[in-house]
Design a protein around this ligand. Structure first.
Ligand SMILES: Cc1cc2nc3c(=O)[nH]c(=O)nc-3n(C[C@H](O)[C@H](O)[C@H](O)COP(=O)(O)OP(=O)(O)OC[C@H]3O[C@@H](n4cnc5c(N)ncnc54)[C@H](O)[C@@H]3O)c2cc1C
Length: 435
């Protein structure tokens, strides 16, 4: 099998690169080992909420210069302020033009989204159904209902409600009982957001949910907050619910599996496939053939003998969470190509005792040149690009930049690949003309 580009990993980074390349006419395959961080995420996307010195960032684009001073090896600093600013716009355009997704927010100014415990947390782009407010603004409602589902332990309305009350938004918590979910309730391990949505997304059940919600609210309630257990594949069931209840319906992310993250994953995957991209699900890249500084073939779990070949390779395997990086007792490594890593430290400095403190290991990751081509024994691999959480030099949690790094680095790598091919075509045209 031969492709223009093979992408290893189908998380946010792999899919973003795949969409850009496939829509530009490249033949692309994604080798995908399994679920990505999106299945566990809030569905909101962070671009940059803090600088490495801890200072708050409300306007990400304007903070890129300060970030470059403080963290020259941060992926944004490697790509450069101008490129990152342009690619932020591209990432936003990609999301807004993807069928089935409706996002709010932009890179000029962060917003606050409401978390499952009712706190305000800064972010870049959030699903439109998630309640948000501007940096110096309050939520647009004075009185809310926060609704839990009896027996569903992954969302506790009291927590969210208490915090919202402390912030001056009158908020009433209550639980609804839906007999139609009894079959799930019998088995607590099945009583999860995604399984609930499979029931609530059926129009007849959406109607039953609306009836139950209406029993508990009066005219003074301006909006209803529910755990994200409805609208798994599309927005229609939530729109129907809103129409039946007659009040805005907002959704909060739940514990994983997270419907809002899965919906993003599904929509991007469909867009990639629609552009002609091939996904090899349940397969795993296990070994690469290297000739000089180029990868010439990839052996996978399902294709052990005959390697898959491509002109370019995008490494989007994620961080420790998805085994894109591996930590053993006394060493950290990148398992597929044993690439050089950044910012690694002696074993006793990997972590801090206080679990809430910044953890130094979060910054470990693959080292690259300014084109995001990874290094091996100090030399650049010429036809490989590393993107997303596998990269080193940033702390997605404390700098609030996880999804931003994934999308922006993926678009940047795709751009390098497209430009590379263009310049090759120009060179061969010049050679042909000269002959
Ligand atoms: C639990 C969790 C929650 C998060 N929540 C948020 C959030 O709400 N907002 C936010 O902005 N950021 C969040 N982040 C940060 C997150 O890292 C990024 O947002 C982003 O989703 C990472 O995408 P990625 O594609 O780089 O990596 P991943 O999502 O980790 O995807 C890597 C993919 O590569 C596959 N893979 C690995 N090795 C191989 C191999 N050898 N062969 C084939 N496939 C392979 C994995 O199976 C996986 O599918 C979260 C991170 C974690 C871990």
């Amino acid at each position: 099998m031969k492709f223009d580009v093979i992408i290893i990993g189908s998380g946010l980074a792999g899919l973003t690169a795949g969409i850009r390349l496939a829509e530009a006419g490249k033949s692309c395959a994604i080798i995908s080992n399994g679920q990505s961080a999106l299945h566990f995420s809030s569905g909101s996307l962070d671009l940059l909420t803090h600088l490495p010195d801890g200072s708050l960032v409300t306007q990400p684009k304007k903070a890129l210069a300060a970030l470059a001073e403080l963290a020259p090896k941060h992926p944004y600093s490697r790509m450069g302020e101008t490129q990152v600013s342009t690619l932020i716009e591209q990432a936003q355009a990609l999301l807004s033009s993807t069928k089935g997704l409706e996002y709010q927010g932009n890179g000029d100014e962060n917003h606050y989204r409401i978390t499952p415990v009712g706190r305000s947390r800064m972010s870049w782009m959030s699903p439109k159904r998630v309640p948000t407010h501007g940096v110096d603004q309050a939520l647009p409602w004075k009185k809310l209902a926060v609704v839990g589902i009896e027996g569903f332990l992954d969302f506790q309305p009291q927590f969210a409600s208490n915090t919202l009350n402390e912030q001056g938004v009158e908020s009433i918590p209550y639980h609804i009982h839906l007999p139609l979910l009894d079959r799930l309730r019998d088995n607590p391990s099945e009583f999860r957001a995604v399984n609930i949505a499979r029931y609530l997304d059926k129009p007849e059940n959406t109607k039953a949910l609306a009836e139950e919600l209406k029993k508990h609210i009066d005219d003074s309630v301006e909006a209803i907050i529910l755990p994200a257990c409805i609208g798994l594949d599309a927005e229609e069931p939530v729109m129907l619910l809103q129409q039946l209840v007659g009040k805005p319906i907002c959704l909060l992310p739940t514990l994983p599996p997270s419907l809002l993250g899965i919906r993003l994953h599904q929509a991007l995957k469909l867009r990639f496939q629609k552009a002609g991209g091939l996904i090899m699900p349940g397969d795993r890249a296990e070994q690469v053939d290297l000739v000089g500084n180029k990868v010439t073939g990839i052996h996978t779990r399902n294709h052990t003998d005959i390697p898959i070949r491509s002109e370019h390779v995008v490494l989007a395997t994620g961080s420790f969470f998805n085994n894109g990086l591996i930590a053993e007792f006394d060493r950290v490594y990148e398992p597929l190509m044993e690439l050089d890593l950044l910012e690694t430290l002696p074993r006793n400095e990997w972590t801090q005792k206080n679990v809430f403190a910044k953890q130094p290991y979060m910054r470990f990751g693959v080292d690259t040149d300014s084109q995001l081509r990874p290094m091996k024994y100090g030399e650049v691999l010429e036809n490989v690009y590393a993107v997303g959480a596998v990269l080193g030099g940033f702390d997605p949690l404390n700098e609030g930049c996880g999804a931003g790094v994934s999308m922006i680095s993926a678009l940047y790598a795709a751009q390098q690949i497209l430009q590379h091919n263009k310049s090759e075509q120009t060179t061969s045209a010049v050679v042909e003309a000269a002959q």
